[in-house]
Write a protein that binds this ligand. Structure first.
Ligand code: NAD
Length: 331
């Protein structure tokens, strides 16, 4: 099988190249993203392998179909960046449904600890031998209330972590799992009761802007909000207004509504034209990271293994256990 990889970074090659060799796959690593003006590079390949910010439109799917590309291999669990409906009967879409839920959940808790206890600021201060503690006070998480939105694989890992911290854990999910050590409540109750809210639901038409002006108004004063899921879950304009009004104790964003083309790239020498992102950077209680919750050795290894297993299944007509179909999408 010949596979064209897009949006590849050095760390992708480290994991994929040796494994692909074992499978006998021929791989071409493109650093550029997969987008309208790079689709043509997929000509002659059996499959295209993409990452979270490679948005695939109906028109691009039609082009792939005409080039006889058989499969779109997602190096991610989320598939909101692909027009799944348009792909039906044209191209197979396969994803990595689970690689390391703990990687993302641990990162989410790390973000909460950072914005709460200001370790990022303390690190900078002590480098300058500024040992003052002024402005670095946080709160105990012990016996505080955590609100987990979405109790799938990552949400469950987050629930375990929050229980480990001795927190009361509330959860909201349209499909509750009564086996979890969490108390399911309505979204409204979760918003008004939680000292910390962590988002772990997928981005769908139902969850877009699940955090909006109204939901922010319903949150507790001084709440901590963490989003390691997808940027579109939060209405950024409403978030900024809430931050200006002093509603939040801290906000951790590993994802951002308009991250495409910005995240994963070094833009340090350029003028930042995204005004919302630039504004978010000005708040002392906001921590932004570049969609890296997944980024552990264990997760990278699992992503490479499952992606190539998916390719192998396509090549050999095996059951496609990780196929994404229209039934998975509520659009
Ligand atoms: P999952 O499919 O196991 O769980 C998602 C859960 O969300 C399900 O239980 C589902 O019922 C629930 N859900 C659906 N609609 C909801 C709604 N309206 N309100 C509340 N809950 C709802 O997915 P997962 O593996 O736990 O991943 C969750 C998300 O995390 C992914 O969709 C992806 O966007 C994101 N993610 C981010 C990173 C990162 O690096 N930051 C890495 C992997 C995944």
């Amino acid at each position: 099988m010949k596979i064209a990889f897009f949006s590849t970074k050095p760390y992708d090659k480290i994991w994929f190249a040796p494994m692909a060799k074992e499978y006998g796959f021929e791989i071409r690593f493109y650093e550029m993203p997969f987008q309208e003006d790079t689709v043509a590079l997929a000509r002659g390949y059996d499959a295209v392998c993409i990452f979270v910010n490679d948005y695939v439109t109906a028109q691009m799917i039609q082009q792939l179909y005409e080039m006889k590309v058989k499969a779109l291999l997602l190096r991610s669990a989320g598939f909101n960046h692909v027009d799944v409906k348009a792909a039906e009967d044209k191209i197979l879409i396969l994803r990595v449904p689970s690689y390391s839920p703990e990687a993302v959940a641990e990162f989410a808790m790390g973000m909460i600890l950072t914005v709460n206890r200001h370790t990022h600021k303390a690190y900078n201060r002590t480098r300058d031998f500024n040992m003052s503690l002024n402005g670095l006070m946080g709160v105990d998480l012990y016996q505080k209330t955590a609100g987990i939105v979405g109790t799938g694989k990552i949400g469950q890992a987050m629930i375990r972590i929050c229980n480990g911290f001795g927190m009361r854990v509330l959860a909201y999910d349209p499909y509750p799992n009564q086996k979890l050590e969490a108390e399911y409540v309505s979204m409204a109750e979760l918003l008004s009761e939680s000292d910390m809210i962590s988002l772990h639901c997928p981005l769908t038409s139902e969850t877009r802007h699940i955090i909006n002006r109204q939901s922010i108004e319903n949150m507790r004063q001084g709440v901590y909000l963490v989003n390691t899921s997808r940027g579109g879950l939060i209405d950024t304009d409403a978030l900024i207004d809430g931050l200006v009004d002093g509603r939040f104790g801290g906000v951790g964003l590993d994802v951002y509504e308009e991250e495409e083309g910005i995240f994963y790239e070094d833009r340090s020498g350029e003028i930042m034209r995204d005004e919302n992102l630039a504004r978010l950077m000005t708040f002392p209680n906001v921590l932004i990271t570049s969609h890296m919750g997944f980024f552990t050795q264990e997760a990278m290894q699992a992503i490479a293994e499952v992606t190539l297993e998916n390719a192998y299944a396509v090549e050999n007509g095996l059951p496609l256990v990780n196929k994404v179909g229209t039934e998975a999408v509520k659009q």
